[in-house]
Design a binder for this molecule. Structure first.
Ligand code: ADP
Ligand code: MG
Ligand code: MG
Length: 899
């Protein structure tokens, strides 16, 4: 087996496509070498080598030593130096590098090969004693820490390891002698320091520092491999979902020295600005420094050029000013690399006595706005194609573009006072209030408020609307507050359990601290973080770039996108965000604090009716409101399908609870208050989400279905008369058997015939279908399709019933399930493809067997989640539907799934 891959002198055994084998670093070094860039020669030990090494309990595979010897000899030839030689010694670095970048999570050792035998030769050759001892003290510090102490891949939990002891010794020396920077320490002191370091190593670790170059090399290679199983690396892999079996490569590379004095330097750069995407070369450098000094933050780095100057570094000279020829060369490399990789890169370089060397390049991380701007710029520069442009922005990055966010710089310097679930995106600050009523009143008087509640219920809707942000102590990602907030694109944090509320006193307690009504807090709804006081916001203003990008996205999207919207306002917003129809219009929306109390009153009247006649009369009165509401939305969405769901929630939700409200209602209806109370008790259910709701209401009270269907079809008929093109889709919720559908269809047919006659119409272009949200309905999909033109997966309820997780009560255990790895992701946020996904797949197949042209969509919250959208695409769904503000994310995810 080949374990070793060489690079250098304009050639290489591998290239950038081989990250799997060579790690990202090794693969890109090979690529840069092939491009003829000044890359110090070296070789990479493959990830296979690492895996064999680790699985054999730390033994190097046979033949490895020979391969390394041969590769090292090649490097020696190129460099004209010899590893371990007393006259002309070659030094190397041993660098970790996984398939996917894991910044700072694994180890790298520099200056390997420096020892009492090679030191004099190097001093003689460079004439720079100070530099040589600086390199040696760095080697001892790194090697003692990485190779000797962490030899078993176990990192100490606190900082009192050998590294910090050596750090302390050096700091003490600087203090004693009044040296401000590391670079001020003269050769003599560095030499003594190295002796002290070696003594300390022996005392603390009980072994001698290895002074044989061979031993150092193999020790360092082993440590790099073992760092794959270091504590940090393992936890990073868990977070990022990187498989344990990838392993890391180890690149052994000739050292070049940025610490040889004022004409040497080291630096890092981005080919474009990673924060905003501007097409400007962006970076930092440090003269007389090595490797990690720039990122370590021990010295303020210098700006690369005039574009990189800021308040902190403007007094420091730029590389452009200090070494114009080197900068010009670097700038040209930057241009060539971008042209070659056709993306923004993150690069590392070192200058040894005015000679430039490239040490690393990789595709750079970037913010959402930067991703968008770069993609569009590169498209305009003809660097990338439209398809590539679409793939360059992650759906999750769009979130950052659509909501004002808390200024990340300000967040860094502020303390988090509470944490919850990130339920509604963006940022918001305001004065805290504890009731919806106060929220509305304070808002009216021009104040900016944050509504703080234990949890929210439909009666809080107005207050939620009025608030800048919502914060609740309980509830999960699909709790009422979260759903509503996301629907409006409003900042919201739910389930912040450490908040203790006292409504009487109008205050909340977090830890020991009390916050009173009127105190100001800031919410970061994208991360679920709460801060004290008002933090700065960064505005995400309407961006023409964004619109142009989305137009391109839609060219490559094949699956439809619709929105969940209940009001003409939401509908208008959704059109702006690219909705092609409504996938879920909830008819009960009008009872939750719209512009009039009347519909709710009439519904309550219907609920409190004793006989069918009374009920019909109440429904008769409710009818015009229902029709008007539906008509307004059909009209706004003219020519596009609107899926209208028949009444879904259990009726008890609408019966008032408190005594005062009950008395009020009794008076208004001219009945006994006891009747209101009694009816409330009758309707009480111990498990209302699985109780008397959805189609079951229409089975018991067919007149409710009749009224709603009439409202829908009459609204449509009137619009047709006005020359419009309404496309209503009647959707029956909570079904589990085709007979339910047949029952409601009979009512629909009757009403339909009636309306055609009344309006003298030949037809109304409507569809009749059902939600698939009960596992039994999914299993019976072939039957269900006999009486349905369409299915819509209600993945909230389907998930709830498939898991047996009550969606309003997951707050108590979801965090534990995630922490302990029982489940990988909250199934209410992203479709559980393994379980719930099987039901979806099965129903799509069975449903289309019965009816090949069956339209199938999804209208759960997951419709705006990128992974779920991709799943829907893969399963041939006709469309996904999500809240208006998530539409761009759904459109982009759908386009990327199709590419
Ligand atoms: P990381 O993956 O943590 O960035 P690197 O392997 O890139 O670790 O190395 C850390 C630092 O050491 C980088 O700044 C890199 O440029 C520098 N470095 C690594 N190898 C060499 C070398 N052969 N010559 C000079 N500097 C090096
Ligand atoms: Mg690096
Ligand atoms: Mg449902």
């Amino acid at each position: 087996t080949t374990y070793v891959y060489s690079f250098g002198n304009g050639a290489a055994d591998g290239d950038a496509t081989q990250a799997e084998l060579l790690g990202g670093k090794g693969a890109n070094l090979a690529e840069m070498a092939q491009l003829g860039l000044p890359v110090p020669a070296g070789f990479t030990l493959s990830t296979d080598c690492c895996n064999d090494f680790l699985s054999s309990g730390g033994n190097y595979p046979g033949k490895l030593r020979e391969q390394v010897q041969a590769a090292l000899a090649t490097v020696e030839g190129i460099m004209g130096m010899k590893f371990g030689d007393t006259e002309n010694p070659l030094l190397v670095s041993c660098r970790s590098g996984a398939r996917q970048s894991m910044p700072g999570m694994m180890e790298t050792v520099l200056n390997v090969g420096l020892c009492p035998a090679t030191i004099p030769g190097l001093i003689k050759k460079t004439g720079n004693e100070r530099f040589v001892y600086d390199a040696y003290r760095r080697l001892i510090m790194m090697y003692a820490d990485v190779v000797m102490e962490k030899a078993e891949g176990v990192e100490p939990i606190d900082d009192m390891g050998i590294r910090s002891q050596l750090d302390r010794i050096m700091e003490d020396l600087k203090e004693e002698k009044n040296y401000i920077n590391d670079t001020d320490i003269p050769a003599e002191d560095l030499k003594n320091l190295c002796d002290t370091f070696k003594k300390t190593v022996r005392e603390v670790l009980g072994v001698d520092f290895p002074d044989k170059p061979e031993d150092q090399l193999w020790g360092a290679i082993g440590a790099v491999f073992k760092s794959w199983n270091g504590r940090r690396a393992i936890s990073y892999r868990r977070i990022e979902g990187i498989p344990d079996q990838w392993g890391t490569a180890c690149t052994v590379q000739s050292m070049v020295f940025g610490n040889m004095g004022a004409t040497s330097a080291t630096g890092v750069a981005f080919t474009r600005n990673p924060a905003n995407g501007e097409n400007r070369f962006y970076g930092e450098w440090l003269p007389d420094a090595q490797g990690e000094d720039v990122v370590a933050g021990t010295r303020t780095p210098n700006p690369l050029n005039k574009d990189t100057k800021n308040d902190q570094n403007e007094h420091l000279p730029s590389l452009e000013e200090e070494m114009p020829e080197v900068y010009a060369q670097l700038y040209e490399i930057r241009n060539n690399l971008e042209k070659h990789y056709r993306d923004m890169l993150d690069i590392e370089f070192t200058i040894q006595e005015k000679r430039l060397y490239m040490l690393q390049c990789r595709v750079g991380k970037r913010t959402g706005p930067a991703a968008l701007n770069m993609a569009m710029d590169m498209l305009e520069e003809k660097m990338i194609t439209e398809k590539e442009c679409v793939m360059r922005v992650k759906p999750s990055q769009l979130d950052e573009l659509l909501h004002p966010i808390v200024d990340p710089a300000h967040e860094k310097t502020s303390t988090v006072i509470a944490k919850g679930l990130p339920a509604g995106p963006g940022g918001a600050f305001g004065q805290i209030v504890f009731t919806a009523k106060d929220a509305v009143e304070w808002h009216k008087s021009g104040k900016q408020v944050i509504l703080v509640r234990e949890e929210t219920n439909p009666e809080d809707v107005e207050g939620m609307r009025a608030a800048e942000g919502i914060l609740t102590a309980r509830g999960g990602m699909t709790s009422h507050a979260a759903l509503v907030a996301r629907g409006w694109g409003k900042c919201c944090i739910v389930g912040a359990a450490m908040i203790k509320l006292d409504f009487k006193a109008k205050e909340m307690r977090i830890g020991g601290k009390v916050y009173k009504e009127g105190d100001v807090v800031t919410l970061n709804g994208s991360k679920g973080l709460v801060y004290e006081g008002a933090l700065k916001m960064v505005d995400a203003t309407e961006n023409p770039r964004f619109k142009a990008f989305m137009t391109i996205v839609d060219k490559y999207r094949t699956m439809g996108v619709r929105t969940n919207a209940d009001s003409p306002q939401d509908t208008l917003v959704s059109l702006e965000y690219g909705a092609e129809g409504i996938g879920l219009f909830r008819t009960e929306h009008m009872f939750y604090g719209g512009d009039s109390e009347e519909p709710l009153f009439l519904l309550r009247k219907m609920i409190l009716s004793d006989t069918e006649d009374e009920r019909r009369q109440a429904l008769e009165e409710l009818f015009p409101f229902m029709k008007r509401d539906i008509q307004a939305t059909l009209e706004t969405m003219d020519g596009m399908p609107v899926t209208i769901r028949l009444l879904d929630p259990p009726l008890h939700e609408f019966v008032p609870h408190g005594r005062i409200h009950q008395e009020e209602l009794a008076k208004a209806l001219d009945i006994e208050v006891d009747d209101v109370v009694r009816r409330g008790e009758e309707l009480q259910e111990s498990n209302p989400m699985m109780g008397h709701r959805g189609v079951r209401l229409g089975i018991t009270y067919p007149e409710i279905t009749e009224m709603q269907v009439r409202a829908i079809l009459e609204a449509a008929a009137e619009l047709i008369r006005q020359g419009k093109n309404p496309l209503p889709e009647i959707m029956v919720p909570v079904t589990c058997d085709v007979k339910e559908l047949i029952f409601a269809k009979a009512i629909t047919d009757r009403v339909y015939a009636d309306i055609l006659k009344t309006f003298s119409l030949d037809s109304i272009d409507y569809k009749y279908g059902t939600m698939i949200e009960i596992p039994r309905a999914a299993l019976m999909a072939d039957k269900m399709a006999e009486c349905a033109d369409f299915f819509s997966f209600g993945t909230n309820d389907l998930t709830q019933m498939t898991f047996g997780f009550s969606r309003d009560d997951t707050g108590g255990f979801m965090a534990d399930y995630l922490d302990k790895g029982i489940i990988d992701a909250d199934p209410f946020q992203t479709i559980d493809q393994d379980g719930v996904g099987q039901l979806i797949q099965y129903s799509v197949e069975r449903g289309r067997k019965t009816r090949p042209d069956l339209k199938i969509g999804i209208c759960g919250e997951q419709g705006g989640d990128p992974a779920s959208v991709a799943f829907c695409y893969a399963n041939n769904l006709t469309y996904v539907s999500c809240s208006p503000f998530r539409l761009p994310i759904a459109r982009l995810s759908a386009a990327q799934a199709a590419l």
